[in-house]
Design a protein around this ligand. Structure first.
Ligand code: NAD
Length: 348
């Protein structure tokens, strides 16, 4: 076995059905008396009831990409309500706002995720100001407690479950060939892909299949751990570039690009490919991912997501300007070809 470094990120994780009922006890356990609840309208009543006497108030304005202007409004609410803790309930948007508040106040946080985005397990925070997105890493933004309640994912629409789940799988896939990969993260990554690949088609067939929902949320948790623990490679670089440049939807872009990025890296990362294929129950990693995405009925091309064909060369240039480490060296012509194939939806 090769030498490695593994840094476990601290978090207390509570996983199960109906765990929201434990919220008040968890707030108290953190030593807080008045928590600000970051939660949208859909779950406001349930979360307020679960927080009981520990609810200081509600702020429900979280949106994608954590705009600093919204964070400042939430910060004012935090002060006005004299809150001493943060509870973020929702997808990556609500969790991102909780992280942005924790960065500025160092208050303890409880995250209650309702999608498969995985942000709750990472020390990463992306924020936007004046249309510019910046990303930072800080242990301060990591939630102290993550409460996974499978019941809260019951309402996640099938289409969103599929794209959010494929987005999560992308974190585990790239963790398996990361430059700083290690045996522990790789174990989690393989199990995460297995759990999500089995659960997502079942969810699509029956969105109220709670066994499948449970497996998917478990897989998403592990994918989040992978994203927080090791560096991502070409696939993530391409998705960030494409999403940012052409304003493409985040999870759908991941779903389209993933099989193509994996095919590009296949020969340079044979061990990772074997594990991905095994987890998918396929004889080929890239083809297995493409098959899964077709079964889930998600968009198959960047063209369908609204990317202009003239953007292919520009996206390749931009992605190569500030590249991430990648197992296969980045060949400009081959990267352009990869993006062109993803744009046209060529079958992997
Ligand atoms: P989101 O939080 O905006 O949720 C997407 C939509 O789904 C919203 O309309 C929301 O109201 C709805 N929704 C959420 N849960 C639901 C449920 N259970 N039932 C019904 N509807 C539900 O988006 P997201 O995809 O969860 O997260 C994307 C954001 O997270 C982006 O801003 C992304 O950059 C960020 N992110 C950050 C990290 C990180 O490590 N920092 C990791 C992954 C994603």
């Amino acid at each position: 076995m090769q030498s490695f470094v593994y840094t476990g990120l601290p978090a207390r994780v509570i996983f199960g059905h109906g765990t929201l009922a434990q919220l008040a006890g968890e707030i108290e356990r953190l030593g807080c008396r008045r928590a600000l609840l970051l939660v949208g309208e859909r779950l406001q009543d349930r979360v307020t009831v679960a927080a009981g006497g520990f609810a200081a108030g509600v702020f429900g304005e979280a949106v994608m990409h954590t705009p600093v202007a919204i964070t400042e409004r939430a910060l004012a609410a935090l002060g006005d309500l004299r809150a001493d803790g943060i509870v973020a309930v929702g997808g990556g948007s609500a969790i991102g706002l909780g992280k942005a508040l924790a960065l500025r106040t160092d208050l303890p946080q409880i995250a209650i995720p309702t999608t498969y985005a995985g942000s709750e397990m990472t020390p990463i925070l992306g924020q936007t100001e004046g249309g510019v997105k910046t990303t930072l890493r800080s242990p301060k933004v990591l939630p102290e407690v993550v409460l996974y309640d499978v019941e809260l994912t019951r309402s996640l629409p099938p289409g969103l479950s599929a794209t959010s789940g494929l987005n999560a799988i992308a974190h585990a896939v790239e963790a398996l060939y990361a430059q700083d990969r290690n045996p522990i993260t790789s174990l989690m990554a393989e199990d995460a892909i297995r759990a999500l690949a089995r659960a997502l088609p079942r969810l699509l067939a029956d969105p109220s299949d709670m066994e499948a929902r449970s497996d998917a949320l478990y897989g998403a948790w592990l994918c989040g751990v992978c994203l927080g623990a090791v560096g991502m490679a070409l696939h993530h670089k391409l998705c960030h570039t494409l999403g940012g440049t052409f304003d493409l939807p985040h999870a759908e872009t991941h779903a389209v690009v993933l099989p193509h990025a994996v095919a590009y890296n296949a020969a340079a990362a044979p061990d990772a490919m074997e594990r991905i294929a095994r987890a998918l129950g396929s004889d080929d990693a890239a083809r297995g991912l493409a098959d899964l995405s077709r079964r889930l009925g998600v968009p198959q091309s960047l063209r369908d997501l609204g990317m202009p064909q003239e953007g292919i060369a520009r996206a390749a240039d931009l992605a190569l300007r500030t590249p991430y480490w990648n197992p296969r060296p980045l060949d400009p012509a081959a990267i352009r070809d990869l993006i062109a194939r993803a744009w046209a939806g060529v079958q992997v």
